[in-house]
Design a protein around this ligand. Sequence first.
Ligand code: NAD
Length: 245
Amino acid sequence: MRYENKVAVVTGGTSGIGLSTAQMLASEGARVAICGRDEAALAAARKDFGFLSIRADVSKLADLEHFYQEVSALGKIDFLFANAGIYKAAPLADTTEQMFDELIAINIKGLFFTVQKALPYLNEGAAIVLNSSVLNQKAWPGNSIYAATKAAVRSLARGLAADLTDRNIRVNAVSPGPTFTPIFGRLGLPEQELKGIAEQILSGIPMKRFGTSEEIAKAVLFLGCADSSFVTGTELVVDGGLGQF
Ligand code: NAD
């Protein structure tokens, strides 16, 4: 019960890594608030798990302000997981301006303002975890913009940690390797093509499997509580060895 009497916030908490983390936080005693863009998934999380579930697009500053006002009903925030993000990939020649702008708007701008707009609501001694990716240190063809957004997130863990150390707020990044979540299904590709991509990814992972969202959540909970009380500005890579060998 490392999160007993704590208020925990997860952006993108309706699915995948965010949902697993929100569930694990609640099971360790936290009062949990989540945001996401999908009304039906938010309603399901409210009904099934009792989370304070608010519709907010992290790339819209007014949505973030409204979200934190609602969250304040739970008390000041002890833990924030800036997790909301999208994955898009395309061959270099086919990458559109729209795809570029969307990745930057959600994965970098959205994440930065998720932290900035939380400032008045954070407790002294709070912890923040940013969701980066092992692709912040590794190139895959067709992934250069996504990878660049995640390298920015890795950098923000250092920069925001430096900004917030005087409030005794720690900021770290978690960098998942390929993790089994709905994110790949959102690419809109035919099942057969997705299978081919998954097999190709799998062949490069030393542990020869995808991670689970629970395995990422465990690392996030470690970074968010007193177990990691002397850890700030760093990243915890949870990737089955992909970034190492
Ligand atoms: P997912 O698609 O299952 O979940 C993403 C969540 O983010 C959803 O709740 C979605 O509603 C929310 N979201 C997306 N855009 C949003 C926006 N503009 N405003 C608010 N909410 C928004 O994906 P996931 O795999 O759980 O991914 C979560 C994070 O983990 C992402 O940042 C992703 O880049 C990162 N990540 C995932 C993997 C992986 O293999 N699954 C690997 C490395 C990093």
